[in-house]
Design a protein around this ligand. Structure first.
Ligand code: ZN
Ligand code: ZN
Length: 181
């Protein structure tokens, strides 16, 4: 999402504007619709962007490996710094911060990269499809959320050989099985 802020850069410090955000962001191979409102405020150095955005991302449950949609709330707060002076066109020094967002020479403030970074931070490291996800049977790989499997409670062989035996018994080769993941 790109906003031309040339007028706001010429306005006095503290002046505010608000914008509706409705944008598709591509993240981790998928795309998500991001919606909400942001407020832009002129600061002494640039433009402060603040707002709450909502989106949903598709993630894989860390226990049962099923794909599910997870809602995310992004509380954005970032200051953007112009790289040139809006009146004179002279280049401006950027603050000595490791990462800072900039307003380009056409006075365009681009929210997309900030939204993408906030989404990456908001996605949980080990997502669960539900709090009490039962996970997969370690022997046969059955999704235990769909009910119990037929495995005996005691097993003598290692997980991998059990799994291989089962996949072969189902007449599916191991490579095919991996290929579907
Ligand atoms: Zn799960
Ligand atoms: Zn099982």
């Amino acid at each position: 999402m790109q906003i031309n802020v040339s007028q706001q850069l010429k306005a006095s410090i503290g002046s505010r504007r608000s914008y509706e955000v409705s944008e598709t962001i591509n993240i981790a191979g998928g795309s998500s619709m991001v919606q909400g409102k942001v407020g832009l405020m002129r600061t002494d150095r640039g433009i402060l962007v603040k707002g709450t955005l909502r989106t949903e991302v598709e993630v894989t449950c860390s226990r049962c490996l099923s794909l599910f949609s997870r809602p995310l709330t992004l509380n954005i707060e970032e200051e953007y710094f112009p790289i040139i002076d809006v009146v004179s066109g002279a280049p401006l020094p950027l603050p000595e911060e490791p990462v800072c967002f900039t307003i380009d020479e056409h006075h365009i403030l681009d929210l997309t990269e900030a939204i993408r970074q906030y989404m990456l931070m908001a996605v949980p490291m080990k997502p669960l499809c539900r709090e009490d996800c039962a996970g997969l049977c370690p022997s046969c790989g059955h999704n235990l959320n769909e009910g119990p499997c037929n495995c005996p409670p005691q097993k003598t062989e290692s997980h991998s050989s059990e799994l291989t035996k089962l996949t072969l018994a189902n007449n599916v080769s191991v490579s095919e099985w991996k290929g579907t993941k």
